[in-house]
Design a protein around this ligand. Structure first.
Ligand code: SF4
Length: 97
């Protein structure tokens, strides 16, 4: 499984509608404060953030909005379509050994 860490996510069982907005704009995510509190107590926040920076343009992930992650990509020189996967405790590029 690519996202094994997701099985330990603190957000499992929460209402996923709150994590996304209809127009996918960060300002429309209704209660970022409560979501951030859930993320702050999550044991896999580091893995989640790495995943989200590399793969997720929508929604609230690891305490970050889409705009937050876009700024992180810019700083790190990443593109969201840079295909990566989580493999045995590390990120690996798709198609490389
Ligand atoms: S950091 Fe937040 S969004 Fe990511 S898995 Fe944990 S609770 Fe869910």
């Amino acid at each position: 499984m690519i996202m094994e860490w997701a099985e330990r996510a603190n957000c499992i069982g929460t209402d996923t509608n709150g994590w996304y907005s209809p127009d996918q704009g960060s300002k429309q995510i209704p209660d970022k404060g409560e979501l951030k509190r859930i993320c702050d107590r999550c044991e896999v926040i580091d893995q989640c953030l790495e995943w989200a920076v590399k793969h997720e343009t929508h929604g609230f992930w690891a305490g970050t909005t889409p705009d937050d992650r876009q700024r992180m990509r810019h700083t790190r020189g990443l593109w969201v379509d840079d295909p990566m996967y989580w493999d045995k405790g590390r990120w690996a590029k798709v198609g490389r050994g």
